[in-house]
Design a protein. Structure first.
Length: 229
């Protein structure tokens, strides 16, 4: 697509400087190692393939969250959202989950979404923790505004972190935000934020060279095929 850079300079929101997220590796409950790393706009077309099947899964609000993530990824690719970042969790190169957020201001973070494609291993919980780590420790923010779009999300974030309710409308639909403060983050850190740095080079090479996407059938089975819930 031909881009008129003069017009783009008006259409693109101005951005604040944003520190990178240093990659880490988490050993999951099944012994597999998940690399958590920041991706770039160039990775968006590949990530969309992981998110697309979720648009049609009405279990556990995957469709609501998936559709929003899908739109946010494209908006980010085309510079139509201010100060977004995207982190992925990869196991053997395969995308297992995606989280994103943005800087509402230099000191206030806006948590956007958490989407776990592989389930039952707290992958979503680990990725949400990485997102909070990014806002507080690397982006050096004072607080993060959060909402839950699903009951599992509410249990995972509001209850597990003891987030503070506020009356601030959240960007995702205007629901009142909950807040993670620096104090709450450091209180929860030893319990909820895990992972080791640096990531061994062989693992990093696999993750970077191979942002693999599971087949649509596998993604559907992993999300919708759970028994006993
Ligand atoms: C919310 C979300 C990110 C949490 O991811 P997660 O931490 O990896 O957790 P899972 O989804 O695998 O598991 C959630 C619950 O489902 C059940 N579950 C998961 N896998 C299961 C399995 N194989 N068999 C039986 N139950 C299972 C468990 O009850 C589990 O809760 P528990 O571990 O606290 O007992 C994920 O469920 C998701 O992406 N949901 C859709 C989008 C969404 O709601 N995002 C958050 C918006 S606020």
């Amino acid at each position: 697509m031909a881009v008129d850079m003069e017009l783009e300079s008006v259409l693109r929101p101005p951005e604040f400087p944003q520190a990178p997220y240093p990659p880490k590796v988490i050993t999951l409950a099944n012994g597999k190692r998940m690399v958590v790393r920041e991706v770039t706009r160039a990775d968006v077309p590949q990530l969309l393939k992981s998110v697309h099947p979720t648009l049609f899964i009405d279990r556990d609000y995957y469709n609501v969250v998936g559709a929003r993530v899908y739109a946010e990824l494209i908006a980010w690719q085309y510079y139509r959202v201010q100060n977004e970042y995207v982190l992925v969790g990869q196991v053997d190169g395969l995308v297992a989950g995606i989280v994103n957020g943005r800087l509402y201001s230099p000191k206030v973070g806006m948590s956007l979404h958490t989407l776990a494609i592989d389930r039952g291993l707290r992958i979503g919980a680990h990725l949400f923790a990485a997102k909070m780590e990014h806002h507080i420790e690397y982006l050096n923010q004072d607080e993060v505004l959060i909402v839950a779009e699903s009951p599992i999300g509410f249990r995972r974030w509001m209850i597990e972190y003891g987030l503070e309710p506020t009356t601030i409308p959240h960007e995702l639909g205007g629901a009142p935000s909950y807040k993670l403060t620096r104090e709450l983050y450091f209180k929860s850190k030893s319990r909820l934020v895990v992972g080791d740095r640096p990531v061994p080079q062989d693992l990093m090479d696999v993750a970077q060279q191979d942002l693999t996407v599971a087949t649509e059938k596998a993604i559907r089975e992993k999300i919708a095929g759970l028994k006993g819930r």
